[in-house]
Write a protein that binds this ligand. Structure first.
Ligand code: PMP
Length: 384
């Protein structure tokens, strides 16, 4: 059992020391002027990350809370809504909508495919809202939200995007691309512990929300917006997490969002090349569209869950296993959030060692790490 842990997962992701330090400060009261200042600054920072001037609502809860809010606030009984999915988190939209008693249309593409904007637009006819995923964490595919928004424009449907595992790590130009609602959570590219959820809401989406129709209380958008407009929160917020998030956003802004996206692409490239050098096939696309998560197929004779447990228990390296039909078949390396080159080298080395223990030998010892180092060195050389 290793007592040093390396969290190289698609969430929760490691917390930078600056974020941990911000959360270690003495607790402040949520109705104090200090908290109001913190809240205003954090919401302004979120607006930059969400790339929108629309209000970004903040809730206590995990990312799924924000997803749920985008169902309970937007839809009314009898509405037609479309979900387009190609993985576990896309399918979650269906489950949430059904939990509210509605029956969405479901364009279910195969897990691992890219969502098809034209098919979505064809199926969206007569739908008030369309629900999609940006980074499908279960497969590693980052869907082309810009193209989906463009294809949907003539339909007039409100577009809702789950950006829980993409926001801050890959471009999402909410307002410029015409995305109505973007939901996200604190624990992935935003480098903060789990527990905060967000939703940006466009004017068109506010129009739908104003109809009411489905029950909501703690996740009520209007109550949240009105409180935030008065530099306040509707309920007691997780003050400590807000302090952490503010520090994390400052770091992101300091690094520059585009630099952070570029960092993700570099890490993803090295992860892909390293995995292939170990003799493994990729499940996620072998291109820049898998910038947040690399899903690596396991050799047929090896159970991915055994690899996952061995990595965690023997090496202290926490990667992620497969979900749903991919359980046991893939291992996922997360490169979002507070990650750098050496996290990828560590992940590849540990994966190679665990697989060797289970009988899959890389072409040469250290092949994965060597390839990753080579990729980083070439990218570095190309930069100067
Ligand atoms: N959507 C996506 C794309 C995710 O990756 C996750 C978390 N893995 C969720 C939704 C759910 O978020 P949470 O677990 O914070 O509720």
């Amino acid at each position: 059992m290793s007592d040093k842990t390396y969290l190289i997962t698609p969430g929760p992701t490691p917390i930078p020391p600056e974020v941990a330090a911000a959360m270690a400060a003495p607790l402040i009261h949520h109705r104090s002027p200090e908290f109001k200042r913190l809240l205003v600054e954090t919401l302004a920072g979120l607006g930059r990350v969400f790339a929108t001037a629309d209000p970004v609502l903040m809730f206590a809860g995990s990312g799924t809370s924000a997803m749920e809010s985008a169902v309970s606030n937007l839809l009314a009984p009898g509405d037609r809504a479309l979900v387009a999915s190609a993985g576990n988190f896309g399918e979650r939209w269906v489950k949430i909508i059904e939990a509210y008693g509605l029956r969405p249309q479901h364009l279910a593409q195969r897990w691992g495919e890219r969502l098809d904007p034209q098919r979505i637009a064809e199926r969206a006819d007569g739908c008030v809202a369309v629900y999609v995923t940006h980074s499908e964490t279960s497969t590693g595919v980052v869907h082309d939200v810009r193209a989906i928004a463009e294809a949907l424009r003539p339909t007039g449907a409100t577009l809702v995007v789950d950006a829980v595992s993409s926001l801050g790590g890959v471009e999402l130009a909410t307002e410029a691309w015409g995305v109505d609602v973007v939901v996200s959570g604190s624990q992935k590219a935003l480098m903060t512990p789990p527990g905060l959820a967000f939703a940006s809401v466009s004017e068109r989406a506010w129009g739908l929300a104003a109809r009411g129709g489905l029950p909501r209380f703690t996740l009520d958008w209007a109550a949240t917006r009105d409180a935030q407009a008065a530099s306040n929160t509707a309920f007691t917020p997780p003050v400590t997490l807000v302090a952490g998030l503010n520090a994390a956003i400052s770091m992101l802004v300091r690094e520059g969002l585009e630099t952070a996206w570029q960092r993700n692409r570099r890490l993803a490239l090295a992860a892909r090349e390293g995995a292939k050098a170990i003799g493994l096939d990729l499940f996620s696309p072998d291109d820049e569209s898998s910038a947040m998560v690399t899903a690596v197929r396991m050799p047929a004779e090896i159970d991915g869950q055994t690899v996952y447990a061995l990595l965690r228990d023997r090496y202290g390296v926490v990667l992620a296993g497969g979900q749903g039909p991919l359980r046991g078949r893939v291992i996922r390396i997360g490169h979002m959030g507070y990650m750098n080159e050496f996290d990828i080298v560590t992940a590849l080395s540990a994966l190679e060692m665990a697989l060797a223990e289970l009988g899959h030998l890389a072409p040469a010892p250290g092949a994965g790490a060597a390839r990753a180092v080579d990729v980083f060195s070439r990218l570095e050389a190309a930069r100067v």
